[in-house]
Design a protein around this ligand. Structure first.
Ligand code: GLY
Ligand code: MN
Ligand code: MN
Length: 439
């Protein structure tokens, strides 16, 4: 507790300085960040699981209490309007407590009207959130001013020590759950049962994960965002691809591992991918664009395609003819933080200039020049995806593919290995490998 409190104080002090600078040069005196409101499903009285505004949880780790507000005014302690109304239908939030309370001037509110009167004159204030239409008559000067939001997003890519601590913890919890899931796979469990054990091992509900768990047996590993979790067991277990994280104080881990049921050639392929992923991480340098790392990763994938005889061409030709795209169709990774695909990955500067992904690599989610404190994933993949293989079969590249061998690997789906990396001044920290090693 004392450690996290000190880290959090440091985090708030950095954010206060950064935000004050941005607000002082703007046309606003203050900004008001809304945690968000519950969303109702159409013609129903049921709500969707609450997903807090990431701008709000950047300031305070309250992820489950709608209609709270933070107001930032340069030169003043940040104000937190904490929502707590008498309610006998739902569990009421606890009173504010924990390592973060001393960082705020806290005002309790029990209704939105009360929030309005506490906030007072808002004619020089900007609203940051997704429900502006509900607050039209509050008199805000503006809603989500774009240049301000872009500057916040640019800054948010550099994680404070507190944030790095949270991401490290999110990795430790996920590594524990991954280990349980792996054991469930080797015991012959169904996807549903594996997922159940994953959640149970860290005591969370399905909607509390940072993204929908991907628990894929056999050919389902080839569906990049497969989230069905089938209850029936397959006749045979060949492979297991698990892409799942855990949240800690609102920060996400995003980890993928792939396992082979037997010590067969697919297992050798996993080992080759693991070695390549290590090299891809070791190659990352400060002040080099993430795009370069992505492009280089295609060379490693091509070498594996050549080595295992999936493609009868030298690696350079596999890249040159863009054949590696069929087997590795997504980006090498993305920024990670409060959101699993965190913001700021395409920004060149605080003014919001965007750096596009190369035309042939439309799914790359990060093109930014890597700096100290950036946290991102490195997640190369090699898959046997039926629709993409059908596409290439219609082209002249088809003749270079060893179709018989590819057919024999369809049952495994594919491989992805994903770690969460923090860039440091003199190298990198691999939150994920460290977390598995610490178990
Ligand atoms: N789990 C989603 C991703 O890896 O980007
Ligand atoms: Mn993932
Ligand atoms: Mn990812």
């Amino acid at each position: 507790m004392p450690q996290i409190k000190a880290l959090f104080n440091g985090h708030i002090s950095i954010l206060s300085k950064q935000y004050s600078t941005v607000i002082e040069k703007s046309e606003f005196n203050s900004i008001v960040i809304h945690a968000g409101s519950l969303h109702y499903s159409f013609l129903d009285d049921r709500t969707y699981p609450f997903m807090v505004n990431p701008h709000f949880k950047y300031w305070v780790p309250i992820i489950n209490n709608p209609d709270c507000f933070i107001r930032i005014t340069p030169g003043k302690k940040p104000e937190l309007l904490y929502f707590k109304a008498t309610d006998f239908w739902h569990e009421m939030p606890e009173d504010p407590n924990g390592f973060w309370v001393d960082s705020f001037d806290i005002k309790m509110i029990s209704s939105l009207n009360e929030a309005k009167s506490v906030l007072g004159d808002l004619t020089s204030s900007a609203y940051i959130g997704e429900h502006f239409s509900s607050f039209k008559e509050w008199g805000f000067k503006a809603e989500n001013p774009e240049s301000m939001i872009l500057e916040f997003h640019f800054m948010r890519a550099v994680k404070t020590e507190y944030e790095q601590y949270c991401l490290r913890e999110a990795n430790k919890h996920a590594a524990k759950a991954h280990t349980v899931a792996k054991e469930a796979f080797y015991s012959g469990a169904s996807e549903y049962e594996i997922n159940k054990q994953y959640l149970e091992s860290v005591g969370i509900l399905g909607h509390e994960t940072p993204y929908g768990n991907i628990i894929a047996l056999n050919e389902n590993g080839a569906i990049l965002h497969y989230t069905n979790c089938r209850t029936e067991k397959p006749n045979e277990h060949h492979s297991f691809l698990i892409d799942a994280g855990v949240q800690f104080n609102g920060y996400a881990s995003d980890i993928t591992r792939t396992y082979s049921f037997k010590k067969d050639e697919f297992n050798d392929l996993i080992l080759a991918m693991d070695e390549a992923q290590h090299k891809m991480i070791a190659n990352i340098k400060l002040n080099v664009s993430y795009t370069e790392n992505h492009l280089k990763s295609h060379v490693y994938i091509a070498e594996i395609l050549e080595q295992f005889g999936f493609v009868n061409l030298p690696a350079e030709a596999i890249v040159e003819k863009k054949i590696s795209h069929t087997f590795f169709p997504h980006g090498l990774g993305h920024f990670l933080g409060l959101q699993v695909h965190d913001v700021g990955g395409f920004l060149k500067n605080p003014q919001g200039t965007q750096i596009s992904a190369p035309e042939d690599h439309p799914f790359l989610r990060c093109t930014r020049v890597i700096q100290e404190g950036h946290v991102f994933t490195i997640e190369p993949g090699l898959y046997f995806i039926e629709p993409l293989l059908s596409d290439i079969k219609k082209t002249e590249n088809s003749s270079y593919l060893n179709w018989e061998k590819i057919e024999s690997f369809m049952k495994y789906g594919g491989i992805r290995i994903e770690d969460n990396i923090c860039m440091k001044k003199d190298g990198f920290e691999n939150f994920t490998r460290d977390a598995f090693a610490s178990l």
